[in-house]
Design a protein around this ligand. Sequence first.
Ligand SMILES: [Zn+2]
Length: 219
Amino acid sequence: MIFSPPQRTVRCLAQSLRGRMKKPCKEIRRFVDSPLGKMEISACDDGVHEIKLPRTSTPKAESRPETPPRPKEERLPEPTNEPLERAVSWLRAYFWQPEALDSLPLPDFHHPLFEQDSFTRRVLLTLLDQVKFGETVSYRQLAQLVGRDRAARAVGGAMRGNPIAIVIPCHRVILSSGEIGNYGGGKAAKEWLLAHERRPKTQHSRPTGSGPAPTSPDP
Ligand SMILES: [Zn+2]
């Protein structure tokens, strides 16, 4: 005997599946101390949604480019998930132990921006993949890297749309003239980050060869 469910049941099932897929993420937020102030991370079980710099990142002048002592870790029982923990570990290493970064896993990203292909997504992932700690790239060079030679201005727009500050290093994108250009966290924060990355990170040098040459301004 063939069982054929009534149409209504099928429809309900489809709706409920769709409902499940669209279920909003259960995001957890945490503030993490950094030399630039408290950074806010939000992540669901599937990945990091956002990493935000303080609205007014004002690194203390006397601390620049020195990194202030790492704050004592407070282990309060807080809700957490794996992407959040990875992001916290990654950021702490970024500021206080950059030589460990290469061996740390990046958290997955789950901001809706990364769920489907777009120019912004391509630009951000190319930047993440190819412009490493201590390097910079110009807006124009980054446009070239994604195969859109004339899209330097659109690259600027993509940087403004970056939901994952620092990890996706939009602070490494500067003007062709060598000037540092704008930054969501403010120019002082961008200057601090670039100076932080210029300090010798470690005794052993990183492998080179992937990505663009560290930038000097375009000719
Ligand atoms: Zn999510």
